[in-house]
Design a protein around this ligand. Structure first.
Ligand code: ADP
Ligand code: MG
Length: 410
């Protein structure tokens, strides 16, 4: 992943380049919301957007923020307004945030017309228009008419070819990347371009099938691969172990065997759990620790056990580079959170370069405590995007920022 041909917001701000300009910043305010109250449960993405916004405000731009939130269906926009995100941004920065009630049409035009240098507005949810996800040119054109300069800072949306990150930037000559997007790209590039060895990857989470491509590409670069979480159950079953009622993917057993064979051929050390916490069901409030050779019938593995924490810990301690994706267990439930939190703690103590990708994994590390999160070199704000980068794919949102991409007359 090279950043050639991509200007940064700092480049764009040189020589008063942003002063009095209408600057469109695509942020990622697709934050998790409480199902009942609709409150923001993790505002990390809003906090992470602030340095770019501050820079824009101080450069005297008229700042136009835009984002998507959730997956609104046609005509069903309830609970998915960006208004709470605007309110949170305002709380965190002290800026007054103007909120037009749409992202295109007369409402934003009017608000933007009245915006003075250094003032901020946040457009309403881009996905309230189906055209956003369709990368629709006419919709992008409407957005392009709102601005003079375009900056993308929405790493979490960079793997999507959607209008606000793909069609739109190509319509604006002065375009570039925000500080968060650049930090994400540089951190993840460090994992791919000659990472310092030993390089250890820790994978877990719900499914093997979500992560096949990432496992394949990690096998080319890592020295060891620690596998935990529900994903590990499929590997244990593939080795012929009885896993009781544990969550596994029956159709992925051959794949798990292929992965282990490939790893062996490439000299990659694969570590699986040696013990697990089992319980009778997902709502159990206690687990018992057993060897993976003695998982009782009628129980399911919901976390890694103490010996496994120690085993993975040894790999973490000797690593110079660590990438982690996917929780080690059902961490949302206190009795099964220890494995995930312990791995987070050990990673945070590492002197090496440590990166965490994946929405649930990032939330888990923050839940493990502020001091734990602080000890991690980089916690990505993009789950899917970080995995796609590690798979070696190009991200449409990043490619659209390059200056050699064909420009359309605007
Ligand atoms: P990420 O969002 O970090 O990529 P995933 O979405 O792949 O992670 O997986 C996260 C989910 O996997 C969490 O909700 C967690 O509870 C669940 N999980 C992890 N291990 C287990 C397990 N052993 N049994 C059931 N669920 C698990
Ligand atoms: Mg997830």
């Amino acid at each position: 992943m090279k950043l050639t041909g991509i200007r940064s917001i700092e480049d764009l701000a040189k020589d008063g380049g942003l002063t009095n300009k209408r600057l469109f910043i695509r942020v990622d305010y697709n934050v998790p919301l409480d199902k009942k109250t609709g409150e923001i449960t993790d505002d990390a993405r809003i906090r992470e957007s602030i340095p770019t916004i501050k820079l824009a405000v101080e450069a005297g731009a008229k700042v136009i923020l835009a984002s998507h939130l959730g997956r609104p269906k046609p005509g069903k926009h309830e609970g998915l307004s960006l208004e709470p995100c605007g309110a949170r941004l305002s709380e965190l920065t002290g800026y007054e945030v103007h909120l037009p009630d749409d992202c295109v049409g007369d409402a934003p035009k009017k608000v933007i017309q009245d915006l003075r240098a250094g003032q901020v507005c946040l457009l309403e949810n881009l996905r309230f228009h189906e055209e956003e996800e369709k990368d629709d040119e006419a919709f992008a054109r409407e957005l392009s008419e709102l601005c003079d300069v375009y900056v993308d800072d929405a790493f979490g949306a960079a793997h999507r070819a959607h209008a606000s990150v793909h069609a739109l930037p190509r319509m604006v000559r002065d375009r570039g990347a925000g500080l968060l997007l650049l930090r994400e790209l540089r951190s993840l590039a460090r994992l791919m371009d000659r990472p310092e060895k030993p390089y250890v990857a820790i994978l877990g989470g719900a499914k093997v099938s979500d992560k096949i491509d990432v496992v394949e590409s990690l096998l080319n670069v890592v020295d060891s691969l620690c596998i935990g979480g529900a994903m590990a159950n499929t590997f244990l079953a593939a080795l012929g172990k009885k896993v009781g009622l544990s969550k596994i993917e029956d159709d992925k057993l051959p794949l798990a065997r292929t992965i282990m064979d490939k790893a062996r051929n490439r000299g990659v050390n694969v570590l699986l759990p040696v013990d697990v916490l089992v319980a009778n069901g997902l709502d159990s409030n206690v687990g018992s620790e057993v060897s993976v050779d003695a998982i009782p019938d009628g129980t399911m593995a919901l976390d890694i056990g103490s010996k496994t924490i120690e085993l993975f810990g040894k790999e973490i301690a000797r690593a110079k580079t660590i990438f982690w994706n996917g929780p080690m267990g059902l961490f949302e439930s206190a009795p099964f959170s220890r494995g995930t939190f312990e791995i987070a703690r050990q990673m945070s103590r590492s002197e090496g370069f440590t990166v965490i990708g994946g929405g649930d994994s990032a939330a888990a590390v923050r839940k493990a405590g502020d001091d734990v999160a602080k000890g991690i070199s980089h916690i990505s704000t993009g789950g899917g995007a970080s995995l796609e980068l590690i798979e070696g794919r190009k991200l449409p949102g990043v490619e659209a920022l390059r200056s050699n991409v064909a420009e359309e007359a605007s």
